[in-house]
Design a binder for this molecule. Structure first.
Ligand SMILES: Cc1cc2nc3c(=O)[nH]c(=O)nc-3n(C[C@H](O)[C@H](O)[C@H](O)COP(=O)(O)OP(=O)(O)OC[C@H]3O[C@@H](n4cnc5c(N)ncnc54)[C@H](O)[C@@H]3O)c2cc1C
Ligand code: FES
Length: 273
């Protein structure tokens, strides 16, 4: 399916805060249209500079929204040219953004238990997901946050507004539980102490592959948000293929991350990690 170009918006920077010494930022942008029409798991495609270069927009998950105040936030880390430019954003700068884009998380009615698992910057779409689940259900929610080191746990503060259980892990053991976030998650699932949860996860491919295996091992529903290098963000350039398997028919084919995803059923996507 090819989509017609979605609307672009001139969004005003309300704040641009550095959250951690590891160059992680939280940017709040005023745009009532995006705030009111987005759902969790969707993303925006940001024209990072008003200059010609870099030409391609950069995709970022919508991290939080306030529909009443008309803003949304993106959580991101400096990794290259575009994000270095974004670090220079000042209050009242006007940034051109396309969105909301993509197919987000599916929250089924009557959901009783949700476990949200974020690996590193994969935490980005989870505060909005938390907001969404709490608005649509009375589900019990636990969030598992896995980062390299203590400084990056600043991202976990984005869940402070919610009355939920937060499990924090660092790979180097500098705070929280030492090791990969999958360790306490597996212990929780093995204890079978609660109703079967839906596992929602986002993070690097190798982590998502592990989450796919865990969903299958414990026979629980999983939804994963995958990343791919993107061009247009709305199905025109065909630059973001992901290999999937139709689990009912067993047939392999390609879908586009930007319009069919970024959120997929964990049984569907064939990850290489
Ligand atoms: C749907 C989607 C949602 C995303 N959400 C977030 C988010 O919420 N927060 C966040 O920090 N990042 C997110 N990303 C990744 C983000 O888009 C890239 O980090 C950003 O485009 C890098 O831009 P740059 O110009 O700074 O880096 P570049 O100079 O373009 O590249 C620097 C390095 O980053 C790698 N890179 C670039 N784009 C991607 C990508 N899409 N996936 C993986 N590696 C990439 C390049 O291979 C290179 O090694 C998301 C990506 C997608 C596809
Ligand atoms: S980014 Fe262009 S088709 Fe997906």
């Amino acid at each position: 399916m090819i989509c017609s170009p979605p609307k672009s918006h001139d969004c005003i920077v309300l704040s641009n805060k550095r959250l951690s010494e590891n160059s992680i930022y939280l940017t709040r942008l005023h745009c009532p249209d995006i705030a009111q029409n987005s759902s969790s798991g969707q993303f925006v495609n940001i024209k990072v500079s008003n200059e010609l270069s870099p030409l391609l927009r950069r995709p970022f998950s919508i991290c939080k929204v306030d529909k009443a105040e008309g803003w949304f936030e993106v959580l991101w880390q400096i990794v290259g040219r575009g994000t270095t430019l974004m670090a220079g954003y000042k209050v009242d700068d006007v940034i051109n953004i396309i969105g909301p884009l993509g197919h987000g998380f599916h929250i089924k009615s009557g959901i009783e238990s949700a476990i949200l698992v974020g690996g590193g910057l994969g935490i980005a779409p989870l505060p909005f997901l938390c907001q969404d689940i709490l608005e649509k259900s009375s589900a019990n929610i636990a969030v598992y946050v896995g980062v390299r080191t203590k400084a990056d746990l600043a991202m976990a503060e984005l869940f402070n507004d919610f009355d939920i259980n937060i499990i924090q892990c660092t790979e180097d053991g500098s705070a929280g539980i030492q090791g990969y976030v999958t360790k306490p998650l597996i212990e929780k699932l093995a204890s079978k102490s609660s109703v079967p949860p839906v596992l929602f996860s986002c993070g690097p491919e190798v982590f998502l592959k592990r989450m796919v295996d865990i969903s299958s091992e414990f026979d629980v529903e999983g939804q994963i948000s995958v990343e791919s290098v993107m061009g247009c963000g709305f199905g025109i350039c065909v630059g973001c293929p992901v290999e999937v398997q139709d689990y009912a028919e067993g047939e392999r084919k390609y879908k586009l991350t930007c319009i069919d995803g970024p959120v997929f059923d964990s049984r569907e996507v064939l990850l290489v990690g």
